[in-house]
Design a protein around this ligand. Structure first.
Ligand code: SF4
Length: 350
C-alpha cells in the first residue's frame, strides 16, 4: 500500500477532495445521522470522500460491510450493512454484488471471503489486525486438543482462517453461551479469549470450560475499580460491558452483551445516562438515534479498527488493491466451522 502522502496525492489526481461546505450542505441528509458527534467543519472535510466513495461503490458494484466499531463517518456515511461480527458474517453470505469492502479488521474480511469465495473482498488496510486473532494459531489449537482429548474446540470468530479451520465450530460474543451449551461433551475448549471463556463459564456452569490465554487489548484495559469510580462520579449511570472484559468488570456492570446486544439493550431501556464498556465508537454511532440517552465514560479506541479511514476506503475502491485471499483448503475447513455456528445459532434462536 502507498504511504499516506503518496496515497493522498494519487487520490487528488482523480477526485476533488477539497473540504466543501456547499457539498456538506447538499449532503445534509447523511449528516443528520451523525450530527451529534461529528462537528460541521469535520463534515465539510468528510463529505467529498463520502460522495466519491458512494459513487465509486455503485460503479464497482460493491457493498460496504462495516463493524459497529467503525468511526461515525464510515458507519453512517458509506456503509450498506452495519453490525457485529455475527451479523456481518450472516450478511456476507447474502451479498450479490461483485465486491465486498470490509470496514473492520482482517479476520472479518477473511470470514467474508470464506463465506463468499467468488467475490472480491477488499480490506482498506491489510494491517488492521486484532490482538485476539494474533494470539492463537492452528498449532495452539492442536496443543489444546492434545491436553483435553475429545473436547470440542469452540473458536471465537476473532481469529485467522487457519485457526478457524483447526476448530470444530466458531462462536461470536452474541451466541457463545448457546454454542457452548449445545456441545455434547462435558468439557469444552474455548479459544482464544480467556475473558469471554470465563464469562461464558459463569453462564454455562454445567460445562467445564477450558481456555486459551488470549485477550482483547481494548476490553482488558477496563477494571472493576474504574466502573466503581465511575458510578460514584456519575451516579445513576447504567453500565453496559462487552463480554471480552474481565469477569470482575462484567460483574460490576448492569448488563453484558455483544455490540448488537448492547445496542438492543440501550434502545429498549433508554437509560438517562449510559456508559458503554467497549470500543469508543459504539456510543458515537448510536447516539444520534438515541438523543435522550447521555453517553458518558472513557474513550478506549481499538488501534486496529481505527486503521480504516475514509481515505483508505476510497483508495481501495479506486485501486481495487487489498484483496483478501484464503487458501482453498483452509477456506473449505474454516467455512465448515463458521457455517456450523451460523446454522446452530439460527436453529437455537428459533
Ligand atoms: S476491539 Fe479487540 S477484539 Fe476487536 S478488533 Fe480490536 S483488538 Fe480485536
Amino acid at each position: 500500500m502507498l504511504d499516506q502522502f503518496a496515497l493522498r496525492a494519487e487520490l487528488a489526481d482523480h477526485y476533488d477532495l477539497t473540504p466543501s461546505p456547499d457539498l456538506a450542505a447538499e449532503m445534509s441528509g447523511i449528516y443528520a445521522r451523525m450530527d451529534r458527534v461529528v462537528a460541521p467543519p469535520d463534515w465539510a472535510v468528510f463529505a467529498p470522500y463520502v460522495a466519491a466513495i458512494n459513487k465509486l461503490k455503485a460503479e464497482r458494484n460493491a457493498v460496504i460491510l462495516a463493524h459497529n466499531y467503525m468511526t461515525p463517518e464510515i458507519y453512517h456515511g458509506i456503509a450498506d450493512v452495519v453490525g457485529d461480527s455475527l451479523q456481518l458474517a450472516i450478511e456476507a453470505t447474502k451479498v450479490e454484488a461483485d465486491v465486498i469492502v470490509q470496514c473492520g479488521v482482517h479476520f472479518m474480511a477473511e470470514t467474508s471471503k470464506i463465506l463468499n469465495p467468488s467475490k472480491t473482498v477488499l480490506i482498506p488496510d491489510m494491517e488492521a489486525g486484532c490482538s485476539l486473532a494474533e494470539s492463537i494459531t492452528a498449532e495452539g489449537i492442536a496443543e489444546m486438543r492434545a491436553k483435553y482429548p475429545g473436547a470440542p474446540v469452540v473458536t471465537y470468530v476473532n481469529t485467522t482462517a487457519e485457526a478457524k479451520a483447526a476448530s470444530d465450530i466458531c462462536c461470536t460474543s452474541s451466541n457463545a453461551a448457546q454454542i457452548v451449551r449445545a456441545q455434547e461433551s462435558d468439557t469444552v475448549i474455548m479459544t482464544p479469549d480467556k475473558y469471554l471463556a470465563q464469562n461464558i463459564a459463569q453462564q454455562v456452569p454445567e460445562k467445564r470450560i477450558v481456555w486459551w490465554d488470549g485477550s482483547c487489548i481494548v476490553h482488558e484495559r477496563f477494571t472493576a475499580q474504574d466502573l466503581r469510580d465511575f458510578r460514584e462520579w456519575h451516579p445513576g449511570t447504567r453500565i453496559i460491558a462487552h463480554p471480552e472484559c474481565p469477569p470482575d468488570v462484567v460483574a460490576e456492570a448492569d448488563f453484558s452483551g455483544s455490540t448488537s446486544g448492547i445496542i438492543d439493550y440501550v434502545t429498549t431501556e433508554r437509560p438517562e445516562k449510559a456508559m458503554l464498556v467497549t470500543e469508543c465508537s459504539m456510543a458515537s454511532n448510536i447516539s444520534d438515534a438515541l438523543p435522550d440517552v447521555d453517553f458518558v465514560g472513557p474513550c478506549n479506541m481499538c488501534p486496529y479498527m481505527k486503521k480504516i479511514t475514509l481515505e483508505k476506503v476510497l483508495w481501495s475502491l479506486h485501486s481495487m488493491q487489498g484483496a483478501v485471499e484464503v487458501e482453498v483448503a483452509v477456506a473449505d475447513k474454516a467455512r465448515v466451522a463458521v457455517q456450523r455456528m451460523i446454522d446452530l445459532s439460527r436453529k437455537l434462536s428459533g
